[in-house]
Design a protein around this ligand. Structure first.
Ligand code: ZN
Length: 167
């Protein structure tokens, strides 16, 4: 296993769309292990492959209900609740930036585990938030995109400071 470098805001890979994984081979397995290790070391609760510079649809996250780190390959949101809630969010690609993001309160996500078996995860609250945040990454969407225009304006200077490249 190895720790991978986490790409920060401004890296083009964070804006790219990740591609579906066709089969769970050794390379995918290795990536998943590295992502879990990288996430733990960085004290994050979720990580998407884009964040370590790989454009494959794979996420790792800490399931707060089961207190364990999980991997989900080709995750797809199959249901979002109409009920929404706001809570503070951060991202390993945005050091020291936290803000209130409104998201669906409950979510149902389908994907594969590391054996290529289809699994369904139902999440509420923090777990639902993590899943929505990480799946957004796979489509090149960042949590700051989900802020209200007024909030985004407020953090504009902070974003400029951490950005590794002009967007
Ligand atoms: Zn993130």
């Amino acid at each position: 296993m190895a720790i991978r470098e986490i790409k920060t805001y401004g890296s083009p890979v964070l804006r790219a769309k990740a591609q579906p994984i066709e089969n769970v081979n050794q390379e995918v397995w290795n990536l998943a292990q590295d992502m879990k290790e990288t996430m733990r070391l960085a004290k994050g609760v979720g990580l998407a492959a884009n964040q370590v510079g790989v454009l494959w649809r794979i996420i790792t996250f800490t399931n707060p209900e089961e207190q364990k780190d999980q991997v989900l390959i080709n995750p797809q949101i199959v249901h979002l609740s109409e009920e929404r809630e706001k809570d503070e969010e951060g991202c390993l690609s945005f050091p020291d930036i936290y803000d209130q993001v409104e998201r669906a309160k409950k979510v149902v996500v389908k994907g594969w585990d590391l054996e290529g078996k289809e699994i369904t995860i139902e999440g509420e609250g923090l777990l639902a938030r993590i899943l929505q945040h990480e799946i957004d990454h796979l489509d090149g969407i960042l949590f700051v995109d989900r802020l209200s225009p007024a909030r985004r304006l407020l953090i504009r200077n902070k974003l400029k400071r951490i950005s590794v490249a002009e967007e």
